[in-house]
Design a protein around this ligand. Structure first.
Ligand code: FE2
Ligand code: FE2
Length: 164
């Protein structure tokens, strides 16, 4: 039990845990959306897209791990059921019902843009009152910004190709 580590977060701790649990739910849903998307995606540039989706899935799972470790450090429990992910999520879940590359890329870009807002908001809310959570959120935000960039670059290449 990290009592001093928790004490420095102060009275804000409940809010921090709530923000982290919501982000935790987002990460699992994003992980599954990417994981399934990588299996079923179809159309031009499929192989490049699969590689990117698999890489992103691994990153989202790593983020879920980072966020859950922090929730536990703060003395709370990460959402214990997948059902709770849907109650807590900020960004929701876009089922890849249409496997066309363009559609899958657009859905995941939307998810990344939501994730960027979520971590940016955590950084603003937490600030230096909780430097440990702040540091985790900054690291994850960097990845989400990179993810958006990767997917938008693929979508641009795809659009150029489809126009030919
Ligand atoms: Fe993530
Ligand atoms: Fe991401």
């Amino acid at each position: 039990m990290g009592t001093k580590g928790r004490e420095i977060v102060g009275k804000n701790i409940g809010k921090v845990i709530e923000l982290l649990n919501k982000a935790f739910a987002d990460e699992w849903l994003a992980y599954y959306q990417y994981w399934l998307g990588a299996k079923i995606v179809a159309g031009p540039m499929k192989d490049a897209v699969i590689g990117e989706l698999m890489q992103h899935a691994a990153d989202e799972l790593r983020h879920a791990d980072m966020v859950s470790n922090r929730i536990i450090q703060l003395g709370a429990v990460p959402a214990t059921t997948p059902k709770k992910w849907f109650e807590l999520t900020n960004c929701g879940y876009d089922a890849p019902d249409n496997p066309f590359v363009q559609k899958i890329l657009e859905q995941n870009i939307k998810g990344e843009q939501c994730a960027i807002s979520v971590y940016n908001n955590i950084i603003e809310e937490v600030g230096l009152k909780d430097p440990v959570t702040y540091n985790i959120a900054v690291q994850i935000l960097g990845d989400e910004v990179e993810h958006e960039e990767d997917l938008q670059a693929l979508l641009e290449d795809l659009s150029a190709m489809l126009k030919k």
